[in-house]
Design a protein around this ligand. Structure first.
Ligand SMILES: Nc1nc2c(ncn2[C@@H]2O[C@H](COP(=O)(O)OP(=O)(O)OP(=O)(O)O)[C@@H](O)[C@H]2O)c(=O)[nH]1
Ligand SMILES: [Mg+2]
Length: 431
């Protein structure tokens, strides 16, 4: 029997003791199974009902059940949700009973996969759902929910419709002579194509911002040894993540700490101090620091004194001088922020400047956030850009068709097993 015909169940809430747990059931035997174990004879859809669950005349738990009739359910199949008491014993007893009644434990993401296959969600919404479940910060949540509500799907639909129109016009030009068609049809086509390219490019530009929202920003904490990098990272993390000593060269490996700054996920990476290395381990650490600075979105540069020039090649940076509690005067250079990891002086300013530097261009809500969307749309743009007025109409039609095929790929519901595997690895069981 095909796996997708099985009736499946899973605990949809985290394992462990809790007041309430939810067990979800989906598939054609959902309702039948519920009837076998519920004390209620007539169960109405979309109505929360208090019921005693029992098996072989022995009570299991008092629960609230929700029955969703096909196709009006999350998966599009017959579905049941059991809100039971959240003890390990209750969950385990209900699970065993469902096993005995022929149900199968769902695989990770299987409920959502069924929703996708039953056209309840499109592929983009499925990805957004994974992002929503995994969202750690408010910005990530907001980006995911806007795409779950169909913002990106709508954008792609518009592009596909416009490409479809152009393709139809090119094919009309092939079939009819230009005199039979409205004036300037060919010229108009190229103009419309240009508009589409601009529209996509505008969104691709914005995606430079949205991708970090989804994946978070990377911030390297660099500078000479003993300048207070690790003490700073420990202070903002509120725990001892890095070892701090008065010996220069204490940190030899990159150590990261994740912070939520006003809804933005920021990963700070404490690094080995930059200096002429004293041993092999330190040499490797310094090499790692230099490599890291190439990929981070921002560097917090800790200064010993005024060695600003050393770091002039770093593009996005904040200059910091720590140990302010031990100094009498403020640093004269206005660009350098004085901080102290002992008193906390200046720390708030560094964090708010960090957010400002990372998010300064962020005015419009972005649409693309995943590498898959960005790569696909880049390919569409390349294909469209390769179309020249001098190309024969047949060649033009071929290229428009190819661009349309690529763009449709983003939200394809069929032939997508490869993509599904990638998407569903982000899911947990019970979703
Ligand atoms: N008074 C004072 N001492 C500090 C402050 N920050 C760091 N220190 C001290 O300075 C020394 C070095 O601090 P770390 O945080 O380990 O410096 P680091 O830049 O990580 O050093 P390396 O890992 O060796 O590159 C330690 O003895 C800390 O206690 C500060 O704000 N005020
Ligand atoms: Mg250190």
């Amino acid at each position: 029997m095909s796996k997708s015909l099985d009736t499946i169940y899973a605990l949809s809430t985290p394992t462990g003791r809790s007041a309430i747990a939810i067990i979800r059931i989906s598939g054609k035997n959902s309702y039948k199974t519920l009837k076998k174990i519920s004390s209620i004879k007539k169960i109405y859809p979309n109505k929360a009902t208090l019921s005693l669950l029992k098996f072989e005349n022995k009570p299991i738990d008092q629960v609230v059940i929700n029955y969703f009739k096909k196709p009006k359910s999350f998966t599009g199949e017959e579905m049941v949700e059991i809100n039971c008491h959240g003890s390990l014993a209750v969950i385990s007893k209900i699970s065993k009973t469902l096993d005995l009644l022929g149900l199968r434990l769902a695989e990770p993401g299987e409920f959502t996969k069924r929703a996708l296959l039953n056209n309840k969600l499109d592929l983009i919404q499925t990805e957004s759902l994974a992002d929503l479940i995994n969202a750690e910060t408010d910005k990530q949540r907001s980006l995911a929910i806007s795409n779950l509500s169909g913002k990106l799907s709508l954008f792609i639909k518009e592009i596909n419709t416009e490409l479809g129109f152009i393709l139809a016009k090119v094919e009309a030009l092939i079939d009819f002579s230009e005199e039979d068609l409205p004036k300037n049809t060919n010229k108009n086509i190229l103009e419309q194509k240009k508009n589409i390219v601009n529209k996509i490019n505008k969104e691709l530009k914005k995606s430079k911002i949205s991708k970090p929202i989804r994946d978070g920003f990377l911030i390297s904490v660099v500078g000479k040894p003993n300048t207070g990098k690790s003490s700073f990272v420990n202070l903002i993390s509120n725990k001892e993540i890095s070892i701090v000593t008065s010996l220069p060269g204490t940190t030899t490996d990159n150590i990261s700490s994740v912070l939520d700054i006003d809804g933005y996920k920021c990963t700070f990476i404490d690094t080995a101090g930059l200096r002429k290395h004293k041993n092999k381990i330190e040499e490797m650490g310094i090499k790692k620091t230099k490599e890291l600075m190439l990929v981070t979105d921002l560097s917090l540069v800790f200064l010993k004194k005024n060695e600003v020039d050393l770091y002039r090649n770093i593009k996005n940076k904040i200059l910091i001088r720590s140990k302010f509690d031990k100094r009498k005067n403020k640093t004269s250079n206005k660009k350098i922020i004085d901080v102290s990891s002992v008193t906390g002086y200046g720390i708030k300013r560094v964090l708010s400047l960090t957010k400002q530097k990372l998010t300064k261009k962020q005015k419009n809500e972005p649409v693309f956030s995943r590498e898959r969307h960005i790569m696909t749309m880049k390919k569409v743009v390349l294909e469209l850009k390769s179309i020249k007025q001098s190309d024969s109409l047949d060649v033009q039609a071929f290229k428009y068709r190819e661009a349309l095929r690529l763009s449709m790929d983003i939200n394809q519901r069929f032939d997508i097993e490869d993509i599904l595997d990638i998407v569903f690895k982000d899911f947990c069981i019970g979703k």
